[in-house]
Design a protein around this ligand. Sequence first.
Ligand code: ZN
Length: 359
Amino acid sequence: MADFLIGLSEEDATFLARVMIGFVVCLGAIIGSFLNVCIYRIPMELSVSRPRSHCFSCGKTIPWYHNIPVLTWFILRGKCSNCKAPSSFRYPAIEALTAILFLAVFQMWGNPALFGLNPLSVPELIPFFWLFVASTVVNVMIDIDHRILLDRISLGGTLFTFAVSTAFPILHGCTLWYDGLLTSFYGALAGFGIGFAIAFMGERIFLQDAFGFGDVKWMMLFGAIFGWQGLLWILLMSSFIGLLMGAGVLLYNRIKGLADEQAVAIPFGPALGTAALLWLFWSRVILKTCIALRDWVLMHEQGFLMGFIPVLLLMSGWLIFRIRMIRKYNRELMEASEDEVTESRPTAEANVEQETPHA
Ligand SMILES: [Zn+2]
């Protein structure tokens, strides 16, 4: 039990833990509500604090009693109380997701009966990881909407992580401040270097910014937080998640009878962010599984090869198919843009106008 709790009975500690969980969930939902504002306003370079939230349809300021995270959306059945304009399910979903992530961080580095029974217990890192999950949600959503990853998250976050690593070297399992700082620094360097190499090769293979410079800078932040081992796993996992997402969008387009063009422009940020969150919460389990898997492979070498080689062939076939499709699409796009430089402009503007947000 944490020092300040000595003297509390087990019953009182359990009660206090429940109160704290309720508090953390509420905090997460409120922060999630603020993240919705950030996701909408930051790319448009609007202030996140003023004006107060208002309906996009009728412009009416939303009163505080209609601005309760998650609950309001369900009570008003996803409509504005004034003009009945529908509001996206995305808003309560992001509030709920943030609440869950906040609780997961609190339980992982804190609670189990308020720190005492938790072997990991590093409560001083909880606010840092709260910031990290919140910034990841914002970056993923803005990347989906605008294909931008924010510099203030990747560059600002990296500098902030250096400071945190110096003050709390325990972030990297170190005890001395300069060990923490150096681990963080080398991780950031690895993230930037590996990311840059991938972006460079991607441009050659895909003839486009498949893996943009925004992704490179975000990988630098992951390296600063998780060190180079975490970074490599995040990279591996994110390419796998990216492939699955690409396959999902292709399948969806086929079913809906849409053209495949949209599938080409899938941003990579969601895959990177998902992989980073998986590593944040599951790194111990993942490492254990990897070691167990390695032992199993060493024991059953032939069985492993028989199972793994077809999977590998299937995956490389799919990858080559995707690369050829994207190259073909980009070549057509380039030829088209050479032909009709002036004609393409009005359609682009029409697209922007169609995307009226609803909230
Ligand atoms: Zn309204």
